[in-house]
Design a protein around this ligand. Structure first.
Ligand SMILES: [Mg+2]
Length: 398
């Protein structure tokens, strides 16, 4: 690994139990109580839950009926996405004070490259403390921070830091990395995990002992990836959104999805991740592309161009559903779904007051559209697709 890379300071910041924490922030009578945010009390799934609810064994993506059995005194609140997005904007504004290199991963999570900020603000640890302090003081919420010299390790570190903490990967990376179970590795789903277990491998340390050629023979390209991760290597850069040509998101599922209802929920979730990023960048796109990877690993894409521009979540959702109908999704099991918007241009040409008013109007429209979509589809238990995908694994992370 080159030395420059080792010298980077990357933070992974992740809000604790974000949706549930916002509910407790807005309604102080909920503080200290088990709070569940999610769909209908009997039919939906848990989208988020407070740490108090987790003590009862409740976790994200669990069916709501099971959650309320485990914790009958839980207070169940509906998802208020536009409020969470508003809080998210405040949180990201804090992140932006310390570096321009902010790469959002979702509404409550981001990578920050603070290498160039150290001279001004101190070490990675100092910067993480300042950010945590600002978010706590100004917004009233807890954000956990992982610190490392690359994205992969920083993300592992923030999990270690939760709740409400900081964790810096030690100089001796192995002391931290090698004891971790293999399921913590990025990209290792249940299928690969079973294969690794069948080879007698349980921890990253076990994986480290495998020869590269053996892993590559067994797992192909993914083998080389595993080899690098077992050494804590990750050369990906933090990509701030202004430098990119398209905005998109995709999810690989841990089990194949066979029904179109679920795929539509996943689509909505993907759009919910993409739409706020368009808004933050203040851009619109003209081409929407849907990507579908089937369980046999064949991949198709379908695109639609709208010359007038695509900017609203409901427009994107309608188009994406039409594109989905043009694939074999549902007839063939689906392993991955992605959407992206390309041919980006600035959303507002004007300046000054008029522009500000337009921008505000555009934001309100988007938030209303998201809420309408939630009303329409909320009963299926709309929730982050990664949570959906983690349902089988029963992960309690957030
Ligand atoms: Mg979080």
């Amino acid at each position: 690994m080159d030395k420059d890379h080792d010298n980077k300071t990357i933070l992974h910041l992740d809000m604790d139990a974000f949706y549930a924490s916002v509910e407790q922030l807005d309604d102080p009578t909920l503080r200290g109580l088990p709070v569940i945010v999610g769909g209908h009390r009997m039919r939906g799934v848990v989208c988020a839950c407070s740490y108090e609810a987790r003590n009862f064994g409740v976790h994200s993506a669990m069916p709501m009926s099971r959650a309320v059995r485990l914790c009958p005194e839980a207070i169940v609140r509906p998802v208020r996405m536009s409020r969470y997005q508003g809080v998210s904007r405040q949180v990201f504004a804090v992140f932006g004070r310390y570096t321009d290199l902010v790469e959002p991963l979702s509404v409550d999570e981001a990578f920050l490259d603070v290498t160039g900020s150290r001279r001004l603000f101190g070490s990675g640890w100092d910067i993480a403390e300042k950010i945590r302090y600002d978010v706590r003081q100004e917004i009233g919420l807890a954000v956990s921070a992982g610190i490392a010299h690359n994205k992969f390790l920083a993300k592992l570190a923030s999990e270690q830091a939760k709740p409400d903490g900081i964790y810096q990967v030690p100089e001796q990376v192995d002391a931290f990395l090698l004891p971790l179970p293999l399921k913590r590795l990025w990209g290792v789903g249940p299928v690969m995990l079973r294969q690794l277990h069948s080879l007698g491998l349980q921890t990253v340390g076990d994986l480290r002992n495998m020869h590269r050629s053996v892993l590559e023979k067994r797992f192909g390209q993914a083998g080389g990836h595993l080899y690098r991760l077992a050494r804590g290597e990750d050369s990906r850069c933090v990509e701030p959104e202004r430098s990119i040509k398209s905005i998109g998101h995709e999810d690989t599922f841990e089990y194949d999805i066979r029904d179109t209802d679920t795929l539509q929920v996943v689509l909505l979730d993907l759009i919910e991740r993409v739409a706020p990023r368009l808004r933050r960048k203040n851009v619109i796109g003209t081409t929407l592309t849907l990507k579908v990877k089937y369980s046999d690993f064949t991949t198709v894409t379908r695109s639609k161009t709208v010359a007038a521009g695509i900017r609203h979540a409901d427009e994107m959702y309608k188009l994406a559903r039409t594109l989905l109908d043009k694939t074999e999704a549902g007839r063939k099991p689906v392993r991955l779904l992605g959407i992206s918007l390309s041919n980006l241009t600035a959303a507002g040409g004007g300046q000054g007051l008029l522009f500000e008013q337009e921008k505000r109007q555009e934001m309100t429209d988007l938030e209303e559209a998201m809420d309408r979509l939630r009303e329409l589809y909320g009963e299926k238990g709309i929730c982050r697709a990664t949570l959906l995908a983690r349902r089988q694994r029963g992960s309690s992370g957030d």
